[in-house]
Design a protein. Structure first.
Length: 116
């Protein structure tokens, strides 16, 4: 069983940076592919980035490529999302998730607001 808790959200001006963290309190973190998704008001949840269980394979949505970086620390049971050059359209609730066969576990989300 995984329990995912996100942190690091907040308000930032366009062009700014934030780093999101997602901590798993379980004991099987390293076996899962981890990902970040986001949901803006009135829109469907969308994929942002994912990272394989050993961290060697990463995938990004086209909208964040070159600006966001996903990483993980399997000792700390934590996955990170470093966000730079933030835009107003990045405003959303960001969720981390864990995948074995499908995206089985989700955090509660953390709000990111990009506004001047």
């Amino acid at each position: 069983q995984m329990q995912l808790v996100e942190s690091g959200g907040g308000s930032v001006q366009p062009g700014g940076s934030l780093r999101l963290s997602c901590l798993d309190s379980g004991r099987t973190f390293s076996a899962y592919t981890m990902g970040w998704f986001r949901q803006a008001p009135g829109k469907e949840r969308e994929f942002v980035a994912s990272i394989s269980w050993v961290g060697g394979s990463q995938s990004y949505a086209d909208s964040v490529k070159g600006r966001f970086t996903i990483s993980r620390d399997n000792v700390k049971n934590t996955v990170y999302l470093q966000m730079t050059s933030l835009k107003p359209e990045d405003t959303a609730v960001y969720f981390c998730a864990a995948k074995w066969g499908s995206w089985d576990y989700w955090g509660q989300g953390t709000q990111v607001t990009v506004s001047s």
